[in-house]
Design a protein around this ligand. Structure first.
Ligand code: FAD
Length: 414
């Protein structure tokens, strides 16, 4: 079961990851990294060697976010190479994602509050010239803080940043530049190919001291120097204090709704960019398939949209119906009604969309579809059904459950 860790030849060896939106490309990257999910990952994961060398981390997040490869795919390959104890650090990171998804789903006001605060922050920008200048300098990488300006450019060109760079960037944004965290989170969501409402919003809140209340993350020059391998050391440029952000709302806990079984009879499959591997858990009398991707906000980087569209196209093609198409219309109602009629069914099944733009689209069309006599069913993955209920408080609660969760997911050897 244990294979030796495949240490790359050295930290100066180039290892560029091309983010191609197909399941095949995701599986190839997973196959390359799986042997490194043990001691290599535990020892190297905090190092950010830059976009030319991604060897320290998996860089799988764009594929996982769109579920071109799933958490279970990743865990299967990890545990085929290492014991759970040897790969625990990596496995925990995979479950951090599940934690954030589940926690957000049970505290939806965090997402809705973020969206309305973001609107207010943009309005304020328009009214205050000085404030707008600071914001423009930050998003254009013109702050004069070399590392920050570099990450800004790296994010825009590659659509990805190492986790440590994300933490430093968010910390500098909030505590040094003193810009609202919501504007920074929006900047990330517009440019990250793995941009995820839960992981992104909650990570920004975590850095600012809103998620684990009162506990902030402060970026320090010496830490940046160590983990960028000496590429940057912003001495005397960063705030040396980080007063936790506060908010005057206590986000209420909302219980998860119970997952429903797949409906009987024929259905049309709707593929969205939320889950690009529906064939593994939605099976039955499928009589048609349609892929839909939202056009995205005007601020969205074109490569983010291209990845989402490419991912949905890949999934739709794999779903086996010859006439598969992916549309990017704003209003999904007419195209869904038309496609269901053409397929000769009054049922549409789609993978459940967690809180975010796709869930909003689905909520918007549900009523119109009902009026047209069409039922929309969102089907939940067993992985989410099992993990999300443990994401009610801090990560520790879910972390303790990892061995049991793996057993429940069918990993018998852990
Ligand atoms: C401010 C900020 C914003 C972030 N925004 C996002 C986002 O929009 N989308 C996103 O997927 N992640 C986000 N993260 C979490 C994390 O940075 C990325 O998941 C990670 O860097 C992806 O790189 P990787 O695939 O090489 O990760 P690896 O270290 O190789 O980890 C493997 C997988 O585990 C999951 N994972 C790892 N670390 C985390 C984490 N801290 N939180 C949640 N899941 C994790 C990811 O799915 C990742 O692909 C954010 C973190 C911060 C600090």
């Amino acid at each position: 079961m244990t294979t030796p860790d495949m240490f790359p030849a050295g930290k100066h060896q180039p290892e560029i990851v091309a983010f191609e939106p197909t399941r095949r490309a995701g599986l190839e990257r997973l196959a390359k990294f799986a042997s490194r999910t043990g001691a290599h990952y535990a020892g190297q994961r905090n190092y950010d060697f830059g976009s030319q060398n991604r060897s320290s981390v998996s860089a799988l997040s764009p594929w996982i976010k769109h579920r071109l490869i799933t958490e279970e795919d990743v865990l299967t390959q990890t545990l085929a190479h290492h014991s759970l104890s040897a790969s625990m650090k990596f496995v925990q990171e995979v479950f951090w994602r599940s934690y954030f998804k589940g926690w957000m789903e049970q505290h939806p006001s965090v997402w809705h509050g973020y969206l309305s605060d973001l609107e207010i922050a943009f309005e304020k920008l328009e009214k205050n010239r000085f404030y707008k200048t600071d914001y423009d300098e930050a998003i254009e990488g013109r702050t004069g803080i070399d590392c920050f300006d570099h990450w800004c450019e790296e994010l825009k060109t590659t659509g990805y940043l190492h986790n440590h760079a994300r933490m430093w960037f968010a910390s500098i944004w909030i505590f040094t530049l003193r810009l609202p965290w919501q504007l920074g989170a929006d900047f990330f969501l517009s440019h990250l190919i793995d941009g995820d409402p839960a992981a992104n919003t909650l990570s920004w809140r975590w850095v600012g001291g809103l998620h684990t209340k009162g506990k902030t993350y402060l970026a320090r020059p010496s830490n940046i120097a160590q983990f960028t391998d000496g590429r940057f050391e912003p001495v005397n440029q960063l705030s040396s204090t980080s007063m936790p952000l506060v908010e005057d709302i206590d986000h209420p806990f909302v219980p998860l709704s119970s997952p429903q079984p797949l409906p009987q009879g024929s259905y049309m499959l709707l593929v969205t960019s939320e889950d690009c591997q529906p064939e593994t858990f939605i099976t039955g009398s499928q009589v048609g398939v349609l892929g839909l991707v939202s056009p995205g906000p005007p601020t969205q980087n074109t490569q983010v949209h291209a990845f989402a569209k490419g991912a949905a196209t890949d999934a739709t093609a794999r779903s086996g119906q010859g006439t598969a198409t992916v549309s990017t219309v704003q209003d999904w109602s007419d195209i869904l009604i038309d496609a269901a009629h053409k397929a000769g069914t009054n049922q549409i099944v789609t993978p459940m969309a967690a809180l975010g733009p796709v869930a909003t689209q689905l909520a918007l069309v549900k009523g119109t579809l009902k009026q047209a006599g069409i039922e929309l069913h969102q089907h939940q993955r067993t992985y989410d059904t099992l993990t999300w209920p443990h994401a009610t408080k801090g990560f520790f609660k879910l972390k303790k459950k990892i061995p049991n969760l793996l057993k429940d997911l069918g990993f018998t050897d852990v």
